[in-house]
Each structure stands twice: as structure tokens, then as C-alpha cells.
Design a protein around this ligand. Structure first.
Ligand SMILES: [Zn+2]
Length: 317
């Protein structure tokens, strides 16, 4: 696993680029294992002429300004250093997004990412909080000795690696999932009975049917029409139901065609478990069916200040 950290400069000019000033990374033998190799490259900025306030405060910004290395050269060296390893991790999601942005700017091939673990989310999950925790705070909380200055990409990658043993294995596993799946983590809720759907003449009709789309909040009983289905494996479809008062819940629809060629299935609100979230996370990479017909959307009022505005979510009568 490779832990990546970047320092960058968001310029004041019109070019929308968070220009990378330093790439720091450490390679671990295994997720909870020793550091076996390190990478550090200070990069001379070429796009923005001025540094923003945050970049000016970087402890080693002078090393970037005095560097002979440009981003394309540093990036190619970094990719060579990564080798076959495609499991990346970082404190938050910003670093890999910024790296992708710089690659696109310089027309370089994007990093080949097999698996991405967001260790900031994993740390929050371990602590049972939904807040994003700063790296320095996490290091202080875990009493990691502050041997190096923060905001040097290599040092921050080392600090991030030193926090992994504090993260629960389950949270580490979950942190590789799509963020939309992680938002569904919640305490247990009262069970809602499964509902049969069908028979319907086609798969599309089954996905669009009213009896496949009646969502109910398990806490307050509020009902909302389900609007779309994510799916990767045929037969299993997911959607997120959002109760305005109680948040997001994950609905699953399973469908199969019988000997008569008609489609029947079950609509359920299963308990939230890591395997369920992993399955939904996979479905998010697959296809999306936007439901049509049946439950009609109400027309939005034309004028915003009209007093009798219809509800933003469509309710069942
Ligand atoms: Zn509710």
C-alpha cells in the first residue's frame, strides 16, 4: 500500500489549478506494516506566479521554489517508484483529486488506482464521529511523537502511516468504499417488512412499477417514491431513500423472471452491514436506471416566491 500526500498552491490567477509543490509518499509492506520505501519530490511551480497564503506558510516552500524539477518529471519518477502497487491511501480524498487535476493539466496519463483507502474517514469511523479530523489532531490524540514538522508531504505521509495501527480493521475495510455508501452508515433501525413486487411484463416495467418504488422511513413512516436504481449485477438494484427528518436509508430491490417470462421480486430495507455497503459501492460503479412513468413528478411553480410551493420531494398520497 502506498500512502500519498501532496502540498500545493491554489493561485490567484484565472487558471483553475491546484499546482503541486511537493509529492511525498511512503510504501508499506502491508496495510498495517513497516515502511519499506519513501518518495519525496519538491516541484518548482510553473503555472501560478504568486503563492497563496497557505502555500506561503509551508515550512519548506523554499525547497520547491529553488527546485529544478518540473511536475511532469517528478510525476514520472513517482509512477516508476510506485511500480506494481495500485493500492493507494491518503488522509482525505483531496490529494488524489489534486493529483488527477495536475495530470490532466499536463496531459499525463492518470495514476492507475486499483483500490483507494481514505484513512481520514477510517479514523473518524473508528472514533465513531462523522467529522473530518485534521492529521495533526489525530497524531496528537494518538500521542504520536511530533518528531517532524507537519505540512511537508513526506512527513505527513509518515504521520498518516503511523496512525494506521489505531484504525480498526473494519473501518480500514470500509474506507475503501464509495463515500455515498459510507454516508449510509447508521445505528440499527426498526425492521420494515419486505414487500413483494410484480408480476411485471418486462424488467424495465418492474423497475418503474409503483409497487417497486414505495419507500418508507423505518423511523417515522414517511413515504417517498424511489426515483432511480443503481445496479451492477443483474437482479439486484439499489437506491437511496432520504427521509427529510431521519436521513438516508438504502433500499434493495431483487428481481427475477419466472417461467412465464414475467418479473417478480422483493423490495427490502436490509440492515446496514459492511457487505451490504460494499455491494452498494460496487453497484454505484455500474449502471443507473432512472424511473419513468407511474409516480408522476409534480410541476414546480414558475415563480419562486409563489406562496403555495409544492414540496421538494414527491410524497405518496
Ligand atoms: Zn423519517
Amino acid at each position: 500500500m502506498i500512502i500519498l500526500d501532496l502540498e500545493w498552491n491554489r493561485g490567484y490567477d484565472k487558471t483553475p489549478l491546484d499546482e503541486i509543490l511537493q509529492i511525498g509518499a511512503v510504501k508499506l509492506e502491508r496495510p498495517v506494516g513497516p515502511i519499506v520505501s519513501t518518495f519525496c519530490a519538491f516541484i518548482r511551480p510553473k503555472v501560478h506566479k504568486k503563492l497563496n497564503r497557505t502555500a506561503k506558510l509551508l515550512p519548506e516552500v523554499g525547497a520547491s521554489l529553488g527546485s529544478a524539477l518540473d511536475f511532469p518529471t517528478a510525476y514520472r519518477e513517482f509512477v516508476r517508484w510506485c511500480g506494481e502497487d495500485t493500492h493507494f491511501a491518503a488522509w482525505g480524498c483531496d490529494d488524489l483529486d489534486t493529483l488527477a487535476q495536475n495530470c490532466a493539466y499536463w496531459r499525463l496519463p492518470p495514476l492507475s488506482i486499483g483500490r483507494m483507502s481514505d484513512l481520514q474517514t477510517a479514523f473518524s469511523l473508528t472514533l465513531g464521529t462523522k467529522q473530518n479530523i485534521a492529521l495533526w489532531w489525530a497524531a496528537e490524540y494518538c500521542q504520536v511523537p511530533d518528531s517532524f514538522t507537519f505540512h511537508n508531504a513526506l512527513h505527513d505521509a509518515v504521520y498518516t502511516a503511523s496512525l494506521i495501527p489505531w484504525i480498526s480493521p473494519e473501518a480500514l475495510e470500509l474506507s475503501a468504499l464509495d463515500r455515498r455508501a459510507l454516508r449510509l452508515l447508521r445505528p440499527p433501525f426498526p425492521p420494515v417488512p419486505d414487500r413483494p413486487t410484480g408480476p411485471h411484463p418486462t424488467l424495465s416495467a418492474a423497475l418503474n412499477a409503483k409497487d417497486s418504488r414505495r419507500g418508507t422511513c423505518p423511523v417515522c413512516g414517511a413515504r417517498v417514491w424511489l426515483q432511480s436504481w443503481h445496479w451492477r449485477d443483474q437482479g439486484c438494484y439499489y437506491t437511496v431513500f432520504r427521509c427529510p427528518r431521519h436521513g438516508r436509508f438504502l433500499y434493495r430491490l431483487t428481481l427475477a423472471s419466472g417461467q412465464d417470462g414475467r418479473w417478480r421480486g422483493t423490495l427490502s430495507l436490509p440492515p446496514v452491514t459492511p457487505p451490504l455497503l460494499a455491494s452498494f459501492s460496487e453497484a454505484l460503479k455500474g449502471q443507473l436506471h432512472v424511473c419513468q412513468g407511474g409516480a408522476k413528478r409534480r410541476r414546480r411553480p414558475r415563480r419562486r416566491n409563489r406562496k403555495k410551493a409544492s414540496a421538494p420531494t414527491e410524497r405518496l398520497e
